[in-house]
Write a protein that binds this ligand. Sequence first.
Ligand code: MF3
Ligand code: CO
Length: 248
Amino acid sequence: MIIMKSRYEIDLMREAGKVVAACHAGLADFIKPGVTTGQIDTFVESFIERHGMTPAQKGYKGYPYAACTSVNDVICHGFPGDYVLKDGDIITVDMVALHKGLHADSAWSYAVGNVSPEAMRLLEVTKKSLFVGIEQAVVGNQISDIGHAIQTYVEAEGLSVVRDFIGHGIGRDMHESPEVLHYGPPHKGPRIRRGMTFTIEPMVNTGSYETTVDADGWTARTVDGSLSTQYEHTLYITDNGPEILTQL
Ligand code: MF3
Ligand code: CO
């Protein structure tokens, strides 16, 4: 069942989304060679808590940290720790703020120092693919129109879309209906209606889309060691188009 949100609930999700967006803006300055992924996690946890909200990933299904920090070939759900970022790395930071019972979720990828042309192009195409998907998130379309547009764009650029992790409805639960795939045929699934809130969060690889999960049960990597990046926004569907809640 897709849960439509009230104006009151949207106001809280918007407040949570602004804090997540401000945290990402802070990370853009904070992330540089020499910083550890553990320091990024501390930055995220204290930023969200300082704004009176809860970093909702910590403890979610046993996930141990406020942030997911996914470096180079890690697709998503990377554990923060002692790893020291070096010039040329790319990193995705994913976080969720919980505010008076409502969630906002956003992941963003960052270049560490100077990265290769291949990595720079991956970052650009993945970010653009998120906005290609957002363009389809309009009343009257069907959910699968989003993924179809993302896959068509990404594959025309010679890159691949991860299949094993998807976008999702969000609200009082971090993960609600509908499922939002980033690939597949158009004109399938529920019709998009005013009042829906869901994420779009494409993960794009330079090599194959296949994934493998480390022994920690969380860290998801490309099987071929190729690079992966991700951009995610939480959206609210209005009659005038999608409002990006996780944006300043
Ligand atoms: N924020 C992630 C998402 O986009 C959830 C990661 S799972 C967690 O859905 F355990 F880390 F929270
Ligand atoms: Co999400």
